[in-house]
Design a binder for this molecule. Structure first.
Ligand code: MN3
Length: 248
């Protein structure tokens, strides 16, 4: 599909979705996983295509402005998807799912690493936000408090991970191999599913701290962007990922 056609179609689908949905509900379903080639995959896990944005570009204002969202989704994120598709055609990796590809990314090119990561991270990022935010359930809040002392401490540590990431990258909350919650960050478009990543685990929540995510509204004030972003966090999605990761 031509890039222009793709973006036009995406725009149309987005408008349709706006009327139809108040956001994805994953907690209401009985299962958070589906089977693919024998291995459990999170049911909302990104595929290789760009899904429609589940809300309007302006829906996250005033915390994230419409112009930032439009450029971020239609240019930056669409670019990662397009370049990922190119890399897939060039390298023909054995992995059948995007998560498996990330888990064996050391076998692929830097182009694949940057764009598979970029595509995965952004597809999740749109789901990790929702207009007005969605509060965590009491049990999940208790889990966060048990792991990080208090909700305030959790937010401070997570924000620090984003603030201390020099240059471009992401802050993460992950469930590690021992089923413990951990906070960390990765450079560029790396993520904790990658075999090359120092921080490893299943990503439950991620925050884009590339300047393109906030510069139009916040300029150099990354801390202000992060403080505002908490108002948008879709904890229902974080919990659904947690339930999946606990069981896998
Ligand atoms: Mn970005």
């Amino acid at each position: 599909m031509q890039r222009r056609t793709f973006i036009a179609n995406t725009g149309k689908t987005t408008l349709g979705l706006l009327a139809a949905t108040g956001g994805l509900s994953t907690l209401g379903s009985c299962s958070t996983s589906k089977k693919s080639a024998g291995k459990a995959v999170y049911q909302q896990a990104p595929g290789f295509t760009q899904k429609p944005l589940p809300y309007a570009f302006a829906a996250l204002a005033p915390h994230i402005d419409a112009a930032t969202m439009e450029v971020h989704y239609t240019k930056h994120a669409a670019g990662y998807q397009k370049n990922l598709a190119e890399a897939m055609a060039e390298e023909k990796p054995a992995a059948k799912t995007l998560e498996d590809l990330l888990g064996s990314i050391s076998k692929q090119s830097l182009k694949m690493r940057n764009n598979a990561g970029g595509h995965y991270n952004h597809e999740c990022f749109w789901q990790w936000m929702t207009p007005g935010g969605k509060a965590p359930s009491e049990p999940f809040k208790a889990k966060l408090e048990a792991s990080f002392t208090s909700m305030a401490d959790f937010k401070t540590k997570f924000a620090d991970a984003g603030l201390k990431r020099f240059g471009s990258g992401w802050a993460w909350l992950v469930l590690d191999a021992n089923k413990n919650l951990q906070i960390g960050s990765t450079p560029n478009q790396d993520n904790p599913l990658m075999d090359v990543s120092e921080l490893k685990g299943y990503p439950l929540l991620g925050l884009d701290v590339w300047e393109h995510a906030y510069y139009l509204k916040y300029q150099n004030k990354r801390a202000d962007y992060i403080a505002a972003w908490w108002n948008l966090v879709n904890w229902a999605e974080v919990e659904a990922r947690y339930q999946f990761a606990l069981g896998s």
